[in-house]
Structure formats: structure tokens, C-alpha cells
Design a protein around this ligand. Structure first.
Ligand SMILES: Nc1ncnc2c1ncn2[C@@H]1O[C@H](COP(=O)(O)OP(=O)(O)OP(=O)(O)O)[C@@H](O)[C@H]1O
Ligand SMILES: [Mg+2]
Length: 271
């Protein structure tokens, strides 16, 4: 199916290793599996989303760097993945230089937004894929790249690892979202917070989950992503966990997350 309204989600947490890329890949795959057209934008110099979706280095001819620095048309940089309906704009180490290269550009925070607008306004006329979801996999910082992603996005999806001090990082992130709303993107919403690497044998996981829910209430998804080794094995095979082992608890959780997200969007639309 295809709707004429593309939802652009920035997958953000300035803390490293909390599950941003794993969420981008597997939520993207789960949404594609239920018929949505999905584009992942790898916006991190580590290029982990590209690797995890099986895109080799030589295949990364044009990357998200070229969109934001050289005004390359997004359609030129899109690659298909092995997942039907899931495309990617790859990322590579050049992204590490974006901050410096755009330092003198007064319009620097709007570069990705403009690249997406240019694509979305021309996609139909040029017969290009009209995406239902665009997921931007952000780097672990609140840098120029993350600001570009938040400026381009309709909403922010926050993967939050169930661990000590998770909330401290969250309050800094919420302040940044407020700042972006105050200027760069007044319409920016919080899509939701998804608890990741949940370990039910660990009391701390429950404590963190309770605390986060008491602060953010309904913004926290009921679906929790468990700690599951299959999720961490899959990228070394260049596959989403949903293709590597679709019945593992991690894959099942991402399928539930996708349906919860779709359900929430339906109830918002009908409200
Ligand atoms: N639910 C999970 N269970 C087990 N391992 C996980 C889970 N989620 C992610 N991982 C693993 O933890 C590591 C960090 O995950 P991921 O790369 O998704 O985080 P990230 O937030 O994108 O990291 P970075 O900030 O470096 O971009 C990876 O090795 C990944 O495979
Ligand atoms: Mg990552």
C-alpha cells in the first residue's frame, strides 16, 4: 500500500550503543513486511545501518553525505536492499566531516530537510518510490547531523536502553527537542520511546522501565525490545534479524513494535 503522506522519523539518542541502528533496520524491515514502502537514511559515519542491510563499501557510491554537502538528488543515492520495499541511502566515513564542512553555511541545519523535500515533491512526477516511512538512523551525538535529522523529521523515535543513568541522557535529549521546536522545526513531535535491551532477570531493567513510564507516560511503547543475541548476530551476516531468524524474540518484538506504531498512528488520525 502507499499513502500520500510520508512520515519522517529521526531515530535519535546521543548515547552510543542503545539500539538506534538495530531499531532503524528491524523496524524498517517490519514495516516493509506489512506492505509499507520504507527508506532508511544512514546518517552515521560508522555506516552500521548500511552494513547491517548488506550494503558493501564499494556499493556506497553516493551517500547521505552527498545529499547534505553536495546537493545530490536523493533518488540518485537510493539503493535497494535484500528486503522488498526497503531502500537505503547509505552512509560512510565522509559524514564525519559534515560538521566542519557546513560550519559557514547559515542554512546548514536545513540541508537534509531540503533534500527530502526535493525528493518528495518530484517522486510522483518522476515515477520514483513514494515512501510511507523514512527512518533516519542518527549518530550518537547531538551534532549537526542529528540537528539536520530533527529539522527534517515529523517526529523523533527514541530507543532507550534499560540501564543506569538512562533518564539523565533522556532529559538532555528532551531539552534538545524543545530547542529544535523553538526554532528549526516547530512541528517536531515525539513519536515514541522504545525500551531496548530489556532483561527481565535484571531488576534494574524494570526500575528503569517504570521510571521512564512515569516521566513520559503514553509516549513509551508497550512493546519492549528484549536483550537477544540474535539481534546482535544478524548484522555480521548483512541481514536484518527479521530475515536472519524471524522467530527469535528480538524479531518478534520488532514486529510488535511496528504494529503498535501503526495502530497508534491510526488512532491519532481517527481522533
Ligand atoms: N536488543 C538487543 N539485544 C542484544 N543486542 C543488541 C540489541 N540491540 C542492539 N544490540 C547490539 O548492541 C550494539 C549496539 O546496538 P546499535 O548499533 O543498534 O546501537 P546504536 O545506538 O545504533 O549505536 P551507535 O550509537 O554506536 O550508533 C550492537 O552490537 C547491536 O547488535
Ligand atoms: Mg548506530
Amino acid at each position: 500500500m502507499s499513502t500520500n503522506k510520508t512520515r519522517i522519523l529521526a531515530i535519535v539518542n546521543q548515547k552510543g550503543g542503545v539500539g538506534k541502528t538495530t531499531t532503524s533496520i528491524n523496524l524498517g524491515t517490519a514495516l516493509a513486511a506489512v506492505g509499507r514502502n520504507v527508506l532508511v537514511i544512514d546518517f552515521d559515519a560508522q555506516g552500521n545501518a548500511s552494513t547491517g542491510l548488506g550494503i558493501t563499501r564499494p556499493e556506497r557510491q553516493l551517500t547521505s553525505y552527498d545529499l547534505v554537502v553536495d546537493d545530490v538528488f536523493l533518488g540518485e543515492a537510493v539503493l535497494h536492499t535484500l528486503v522488498p520495499r526497503l531502500d537505503i541511502v547509505p552512509g560512510d566515513e565522509n559524514l564525519a566531516g559534515v560538521e566542519t564542512e557546513l560550519a559557514d553555511d547559515p542554512h546548514r541545519s536545513y540541508r537534509l530537510r531540503d533534500a527530502l523535500r526535493a525528493y518528495l515533491s518530484e517522486a510522483q512526477a518522476r515515477g520514483l518510490t513514494q515512501y510511507d516511512y523514512i527512518l533516519i538512523d542518527c549518530p550518537p551525538s547531538l551534532s549537526a547531523l542529528t540537528l539536520n535529522a530533527m529539522t527534517a523529521a515529523n517526529s523523533v523515535l527514541v530507543p532507550l536502553q534499560c540501564e543506569f543513568l538512562a533518564l539523565e541522557g533522556l532529559s538532555q535529549l528532551l531539552r534538545t527537542i524543545e530547542l529544535v521546536r523553538g526554532g528549526l522545526n516547530p512541528d517536531l513531535d515525539i513519536q515514541g520511546v522504545v525500551l531496548t535491551m530489556y532483561d527481565r532477570r535484571n531488576n534494574l531493567s524494570d526500575q528503569v522501565a517504570d521510571e521512564v513510564r512515569s516521566v513520559l507516560g503514553a509516549k513509551v511503547y508497550n512493546t519492549v525490545i528484549p536483550r537477544n543475541v540474535r539481534l546482535s548476530e544478524a548484522p555480521s551476516f548483512g541481514k536484518p534479524a527479521l530475515l536472519y531468524d524471524y522467530r527469535c524474540p528480538g524479531s518478534e518484538a520488532y514486529i510488535r513494535l511496528a504494529s503498535e506504531m501503526l495502530q497508534r498512528e491510526r488512532s491519532l488520525r481517527s481522533a
